[in-house]
Ligand binder design. Sequence first.
Ligand SMILES: *Cc1c(COP(=O)(O)O)cnc(C)c1O
Length: 224
Amino acid sequence: MTQTEYKIYIDDIVRRVEGARLSVSDYHIVKTVAVSKYSTASDIEKLYNIGQRAFGENKVQDLKAKAKTLEDLPIEWHFIGNLQKNKINNLLDINPALFHALDSLELALEIQKKLVAKDMFLDCLVQINSAKEESKHGLMPEDTIEIYKQIQNDCPNINLKGVMSIGAHSDDKTVVKNSFDTTYKIYKQLSNATICSMGMSGDFELAIECGSNMIRLGSIIFNK
Ligand SMILES: *Cc1c(COP(=O)(O)O)cnc(C)c1O
């Protein structure tokens, strides 16, 4: 797509996000992370040129390659995928703005070790498998608060900022809403949590209505 076509897409998305966030409150601010995993560095640059600053990738090697190609632009990179232990150092080398998918205490402890060795800190969200789907990663809702506290205690170099969820995989809006409500309820009980990352191309308005303040949009932006 051309930059002008992207502008048309983005303007429409911004209007939809505005409608959803204002239905919550005038003060409810929602941040959009453009998920560029289906796209090239040149697509990202076009979006950057019309004002988008936060981009998300779900594979460490793709994030690394695109961050390198676009290193002259002050892009805010988010890592939204599941992280294997042998990729932690590669991820830390990119120093992402936020890791959305911390899904076990074990992984947190491993990240903590590497952070200490590099004298670094990392902002993270814990991923909650709110609909308890086998195909998804994430903490079980009933375990989340305790594990969150444990990470806060045991991993001083990890700054926990809140939670991330992928909406239930269902055509039934009530089922999807329930999954977002589950995540939001947990988010409200966490101390110092400021980010509730939920909502993708197919369900972002519903997610915002359920309290999300960070949405991750891929296909709807990149037309893929
Ligand atoms: C791919 C992906 C998205 C974006 O999905 P779309 O449906 O294309 O908007 C959001 N979150 C995560 C974790 C993803 O892997």
